[in-house]
Design a protein around this ligand. Structure first.
Ligand code: HAM
Length: 423
């Protein structure tokens, strides 16, 4: 019996992988310009890290983590997201003491959530994310949002919607929390068991419940924006004016909650507005998490970041019918006619590659016509034909596949001449 790929995962094959590489390249280049440096953390962490950061009442922690005991009896978890590990590393590596502040980091890599697979929802997916730690300036919130928007736009996405909200500071959240409890308590029996247990622990999560979203009480639930204190209000207004200054359109949605517990003040999501995009329209999510560094054992440090998945990025590109410029080609394909010529070509091929060209030759002992076909399939720019006779005369024939023009070079000067003709 053959073995198939696990549900919710995918193989990314040549032809498709070039799109991934282009997105990753653009992300790295943007981070360089925005001055975010790459951090690489382990794929698994102690389970406690996620309980403490993502929050033990969230779906991620309650239902979606790949948690197991290692052979030493420790509970470890495949990372469901990147922020917790970055903050853990920030504390452990004492980055709060770095001369350069704020500390601006980015990461790219696989995350794991045991979710019900569907379009845009995988059990293993790749996140690109950034985290800026050490600044409580709303200008950096705007910078983080601008980076995400710029990445999408750099590859031609147009149908984007940025939605922002403020979750306020602790005081505002406590006031909101109380209002939510008062609102839901009298009829909490009509809600699902998850919501019933959320009422005391984390009533804001009720607003994000997928099962009870149509309940009558949801519509007029108290909005966090009514409970923002002066500081939180000012912070949110400043963010909005920075976004306006940067020319980034946005909508305020007081019901934007986010599925992780560490947020306060700014919360945002970027959605695809493209027609035909599946039910899950969120491409990117992020927000501010002042207090998380202390929670993980570090000194008081504000932070903000976002993460987006490459899977949904590509789905959005498809929905907008955007073809990425990823047509691969080969600079030179070597065709061999005869044993001696083939032997020579093995060395010539290696020399071409070392000289910086992409080059290929036939390894299936094909006839000349089939070798040309193979060159075509690889989208070769030039085909160099070497026969045993040419070899004796120190010559090689080169054909431009674009113009059909043929040139004869002296074999020992071939690479030099080829270099010059390609420039
Ligand atoms: P999140 O909203 O859980 O936030 O995920 C961020 C993004 O990851 C989503 O908007 C989506 O693009 C992608 N994503 C999540 N789950 C899946 C899935 N099952 N399949 C495909 N893509 C998925 C976080 O992870 C936070 N750590 C973001 C953050 C960083 N906040 C502050 N800093």
């Amino acid at each position: 019996m053959s073995i198939s790929i696990p549900r919710g995962t995918q193989d990314i094959l040549p032809g498709e992988v070039e799109k991934w590489q282009l997105i990753e390249k653009n992300a790295r280049e943007l981070c360089e310009r925005f001055q975010y440096k790459e951090i690489r953390t382990p794929i698994f962490e102690h389970t406690d890290l996620f309980l403490r950061s993502v929050g033990d009442t969230t779906d991620i922690v309650q239902k979606e983590m790949y948690t197991f005991e290692d052979r030493g009896g420790r509970s470890v978890t495949l990372r469901p997201e990147g922020t917790a590990a970055v903050v853990r590393s920030f504390v452990e590596q004492k980055m709060f003491g770095n001369a350069n502040q704020p500390v601006k980091l980015y990461y790219m890599g696989p995350m794991f959530r045991y979710e019900r697979p569907q379009a845009g929802r995988f059990r293993q997916f790749v996140q690109f994310g950034v985290e800026a730690l050490g600044s409580a300036d709303p200008a950096i919130d705007a910078e983080v949002i601008a980076l995400a928007m710029s990445l999408y736009q750099s590859l031609g996405l147009k149908k984007l919607k940025l939605v922002i909200n403020s979750l306020g500071d602790k005081e505002s959240r406590n006031a909101h929390r109380e209002a939510l409890i008062n609102h839901f308590q009298p009829r909490i029996d009509e809600f699902c068991s998850d919501c019933r247990s959320r009422l005391e622990k984390n009533p804001m999560r009720i607003l994000d419940c997928k099962k009870d979203r149509d309940h009558e009480l949801m519509k007029d639930a108290p909005s966090i924006l009514q409970y923002l204190n002066e500081d939180s209000k000012t912070y949110f207004e400043n963010l909005q004016s920075y976004l306006t200054d940067l020319g980034i359109p946005f909508e305020v949605d007081p019901n934007l909650v986010r599925g992780l517990d560490y947020y306060n003040h700014t919360a945002f999501e970027i959605m695809s507005d493209a027609e035909g995009f599946g039910a899950i329209t969120t491409l990117c999510g992020g927000g501010r998490y002042n207090g998380l560094v202390e929670e993980i054992g570090g000194p008081e440090t504000p932070g903000i970041g976002f993460a987006l998945s490459i899977e949904r990025f590509i789905a959005a590109l498809n929905a907008e019918n955007i073809e990425l410029p990823v047509n691969a080609s080969v600079d030179c394909y070597l065709v061999s006619l005869g044993e001696e010529a083939k032997k020579y070509n093995v060395r010539l091929l290696h020399a071409l590659r070392l000289a910086g060209f992409s080059a290929e030759m036939d390894y299936l002992n094909r006839k000349i016509k089939a070798q040309f076909k193979a060159a075509d399939r690889l989208n070769a720019k030039y085909v160099a034909v070497l026969g045993d006779d040419e070899l004796k005369e120190n010559k090689i024939n080169v054909k431009s596949m674009e113009t059909g023009e043929q040139t004869q070079y002296s074999l020992d000067q071939f690479i030099e001449k080829f270099k010059a003709s390609l420039i």
